[in-house]
Design a binder for this molecule. Structure first.
Ligand code: NAD
Length: 484
């Protein structure tokens, strides 16, 4: 399969229609698998951000607008949007896969499926939720508690799951009645143009409720500190999250930060290595390792260390590496040349620190596309940089542990706390370990974030939660009205 058409666009979706941008600045997008240019689109300047925020504010303040609609009317619109977007699932899938190298089989499940599921889920949730609740008071007869939309939201999205991570923000924000200004990543900007076209064509949402300002980090930083933004929802690196958190702290602006991770897979001594290989591959290398939640450290019982290293080595060396658009591909390329350089620099660092590559480490003979072979490191310890820092590539570090307490201590000995997994036939032991690992999410014999459950991190992995009812609440402002 190939990308259907070269995408060329000189307009920005602002205020419900494609508008002429303030400058002639552009973004060029290349295919991660072929390095060919696959799109050339307009980039937003500060004046475009001003226009987008103004459009979002006007939409939000319209007394008969989206924020004032009955929740059931908004829910109907979200359901309709889910159906329209679902009809374009394969286009989104192909575009994302071509841009960031996500294997198309993964993209089909996630980028093609999650956005519609999130719109339907949040539509149903807000339909059920009464907008006002009455509580009997202690000092007054009663209190009316209203759930009001928080206002104009800046949604800043990374390149690794561009549609899914956009909709983890957009779906609950829209359900709550907010307006949104989206800043996609320059690496994966084409799918946001497709979404803008769909929104313009179907007019399901009133003008200005969703706006796009594609651009780099400078445009993101300008949006974050814009005086007319009420909340920032950010997914990306911990370094960028810290800087956004500082700005929002100074402005007293609510912010959700979904950041990096260095999670651990704890393999117990009863794990059936042959049976779990496929799930373990997903949990450790999903999307070429370009996933915040992957268990990039595998903790193995010391007595079985060699057996685990051998199983992981087999798993990695048998993974099909190739063009992301090929259905057989299990590991595609890195998103960009710069990112491949970063991943390769960690492989060199690991070797320099004394760890041993048991498979991978190279480019697998690919002279086009930003490929890194799936790589396993043995003879490691938890102090090495390959065990402490987020590599964001198909690189797994296997670390031995002595007993369960040691395994839990190693899992917790990390700056991060986003995810983690445990692999065993004993569910009770698994749940006991799940309760002891300091992390926002955790998987037993699998790792699949579910829309109904809050997702987010502790420590340097972030602040706040997306998904679940908690995700909706983060776009609502409670107001108490005391009634004598
Ligand atoms: P990044 O931080 O470089 O960029 C993320 C987005 O923020 C991009 O749109 C970028 O243009 C923008 N940006 C960067 N600096 C900014 C600033 N100072 N102000 C405003 N906007 C800014 O991250 P990336 O390389 O695109 O994505 C990879 C990172 O994202 C990894 O660290 C990964 O762990 C993290 N991530 C976290 C989650 C999660 O849910 N916790 C999910 C996916 C990715």
């Amino acid at each position: 399969m190939t990308v259907a058409e070269f995408i060329e666009r000189d307009t920005l979706f602002v205020g419900g229609r494609n508008t002429t941008p303030a400058t002639s600045a552009t973004i060029t997008v290349r295919s991660a698998s072929t390095e060919q240019t696959i799109g050339h689109v307009a980039a937003a300047a500060e004046a475009d951000v001003d226009a987008a925020v103004a459009a979002a504010r006007a939409a939000f303040c319209d007394p008969n607008g989206w924020a004032a609609w009955e929740p059931s009317r908004r829910a109907d619109a979200l359901t309709a949007l889910a159906s329209v977007i679902g009809g374009h699932g394969e286009e989104f899938t192909t575009l994302v896969s071509a841009q960031n190298g996500m294997p198309i089989s993964t993209a089909r499940q996630i980028e093609g499926g999650f956005p519609g599921a999130l719109l339907s889920y949040y539509g149903a949730l807000v339909r059920e939720q009464p907008p006002e609740e009455y509580r009997r008071g202690i000092f007054v007869d009663g209190v009316v508690i209203r759930r009001e939309p928080i206002g104009v939201v800046a949604a800043i999205v990374p390149w690794n799951y561009p549609q899914t991570l956009l909709f983890t923000k957009l779906a609950p924000a829209l359900a709550a009645g907010c307006s949104v200004v989206v800043k996609p990543s320059p690496e994966t900007v084409l799918d946001s143009f497709l979404l803008g076209d769909i929104l313009e064509q179907h007019e399901i949402l009133p003008p200005g409720v969703v706006n796009f300002v594609p651009g780099g980090r400078e445009i993101g930083a300008y949006l974050v500190k814009h005086p007319d933004i009420d909340k920032v929802a950010f997914t990306g690196s911990t370094a960028a999250g810290r800087s956004i958190g500082e700005v929002c702290g100074r402005l007293l602006r609510p912010v959700t930060l979904e950041l990096g991770g260095k999670s651990a897979a704890i393999l117990l001594d009863d794990a059936d290595l042959a049976a779990i290989t496929s799930d373990l591959f997903g949990a450790t290398m999903m999307n070429n390792g370009q996933s915040c939640f992957i268990s990039s450290r595998v903790l193995a019982p010391r007595r079985q260390y060699q057996k685990v290293v051998d199983a992981l080595t087999d798993m990695a060396s048998s993974a099909v590496v190739g063009d992301a658009l090929d259905d057989k591909t299990m590991i595609g390329p890195m998103v960009s040349e710069a990112h491949r350089e970063r991943v390769e620099s960690y492989i060199r660092k690991g070797e320099a620190e004394g760890a041993r590559v048991t498979t991978g480490g190279g480019r697998g003979g690919h002279d086009r596309g930003w490929f890194v072979e799936p790589t396993i490191f043995a003879d490691t310890n938890n102090q090495m940089s390959i065990a402490r820092e987020e590599i964001f590539g198909p690189v797994v570090t296997v670390i031995p542990y002595d007993d369960i307490n040691d395994a839990v201590a190693l899992a917790n000995d990390s700056e991060y706390g986003l995810a983690g997994t445990v692999w065993t036939r004993d569910k009770d032991r698994a749940l006991d370990i799940a309760r002891r690992v300091q992390t926002g999410t955790f998987g037993v014999n699998t790792y699949v974030p579910d829309p109904v459950a809050p997702f987010g991190g502790v420590k340097s992995s972030g602040i706040g939660r997306e998904l679940g009812p908690e995700g909706l609440a983060s776009y609502q402002q409670p107001k108490s009205i005391y009634v004598p």
